[in-house]
Design a protein around this ligand. Structure first.
Ligand SMILES: Cc1ncc(COP(=O)(O)O)c(C=O)c1O
Length: 378
């Protein structure tokens, strides 16, 4: 059944419940078949109104700040798996109390906090850098020289210090299981001796199981073999894979202007404020019912955001019909790494958040106005 957008405000992130369930079912089938645990990475998808559905399939979540930890506690009803690049002294006790697992990013951090962990019952691990990543964009590559994320093998002695019982690595970004396979080879070549001594291995996120063509059977085989070889519990913590292709960002054309021969449609949304990954990564989002590249004989537009940042635009798209003020556009796959990254730059309102429910009704979860803008300032 297609969505009736007439009842949906603009701009609005619209999560499709049925699509989220489909991803969760697939991910759950992997964790069952491989005998591992898969948890949600909140940094990619923190839409807590959807957590009751997530909880039907996944046991918990990973957090990267005290605020995310609180969200896990409050809306998933469990302690968090926590990894923060550097723990703060004044937050540490609360972080510890609210977490089931803690990953440290450096030996310094471990040495600084190990006495406070002692006797807490929290399972601790260290993030390692296997010095192998196939992520081409430097901004998303945690293995580059100078990376602050994880320790290289030379920084650990012959064995892990007492008290550390887990190894964590995160080096994938929208990758497949074959990349994971090569990454595991690099991990084993550098950290193989330590793997025999740990209780758990957290393989981070970036496993895009829900992307069409992903070979989940290959992933399952890989995970099972690794689990049996080292006799470890395996944890994966994807964010993108969970909310992948689960909904759109609606937007409306507010104006169409001619800029030195280029037609520009100005929208009620912003690439900089509402879809920052499109400029950071960068990538060109798909728009439903449009051509992602200019097509001769079609109507071609550059799409501009509603902030006054000159670079707040995305170009160029073609449409079968000319764009008119009031036309609705739907940016596809706008549920992960969007809501979690929005800003009110320029004082723009945050997009509303809603759910297209499995019973084909729309639930408007949240709208934002002046108060949300003002709240971040003083
Ligand atoms: C430590 C860690 N775990 C998990 C994730 C989630 O990755 P993804 O959303 O690509 O699956 C990230 C993303 O940056 C991360 O840094």
């Amino acid at each position: 059944m297609s969505i009736d957008y007439s009842s949906i405000p603009s701009p609005c992130f619209v999560l499709e419940e049925a699509k989220l369930r489909k991803n969760l079912q697939l991910i759950d089938s992997v964790q069952q078949a491989a005998g591992i645990q898969i948890i949600l990475a909140l940094k990619g998808f923190s839409m807590y109104s959807a957590f009751p559905l997530v909880k039907q399939y996944l046991s918990g979540a990973t957090a990267s700040s005290l605020n995310e930890i609180k969200l896990v506690n409050e809306y998933m009803g469990v302690k968090a798996h926590t990894y923060i690049p550097a723990y703060r002294d004044d937050e540490f006790n609360e972080v510890l109390e609210r977490s089931s697992h803690l990953t440290f990013n450096s030996m310094n951090q471990w040495n600084r906090f190990k006495d406070r962990v002692n006797g807490s019952g929290v399972s601790c691990g260290i993030r390692v850098n296997p010095q192998y990543s196939e992520v081409a964009t430097e901004m998303y590559n945690p293995c580059v020289p100078g990376s602050r994320l994880g320790v290289t093998r030379d920084l650990i002695g012959d064995s892990l210090p007492e008290g550390l019982e887990g190894i964590h690595f995160h080096t994938l970004c929208e990758n497949d299981s074959y990349t994971l396979e090569r990454t595991l080879e690099a991990l084993e070549s550098r950290f193989g001796d330590l793997l025999h001594a740990v209780k758990w291995v957290n393989m981070g996120g970036g496993h895009l199981m829900s992307r069409e063509g992903y070979n989940t059977d290959h992933l399952i085989g890989l995970l099972k073999a690794f689990r049996e070889k080292y006799n470890v519990e395996i944890i994966l913590e994807p964010g993108s894979a969970i909310a992948w292709q689960t909904g759109v960002l609606t937007s409306t054309v507010l104006d169409v202007v001619d800029s030195q021969g280029i037609q520009v449609a100005i929208l009620d949304t912003s690439f900089a404020a509402h879809m920052p990954d499109t400029l950071e990564m960068p990538y060109k989002p798909r728009i439903l019912n449009s051509y992602n590249e200019p097509v001769a004989d079609k109507f071609t537009y550059r799409l501009g955001g509603m902030t006054c940042l000159a670079g707040d635009f995305m170009g160029d798209y073609s449409f079968d019909e000319p764009l008119q003020v009031g036309d609705l556009l739907f940016f596809d796959d706008m549920i992960h790494y969007t809501m979690v990254k929005t800003t009110t730059f320029n004082g723009v309102n945050l997009p509303a958040i809603g759910i297209w429910q499995e019973d084909n009704t729309f639930r408007l979860v949240r709208t934002y106005g002046y108060e949300s803008f003002k709240d971040r300032l003083s």
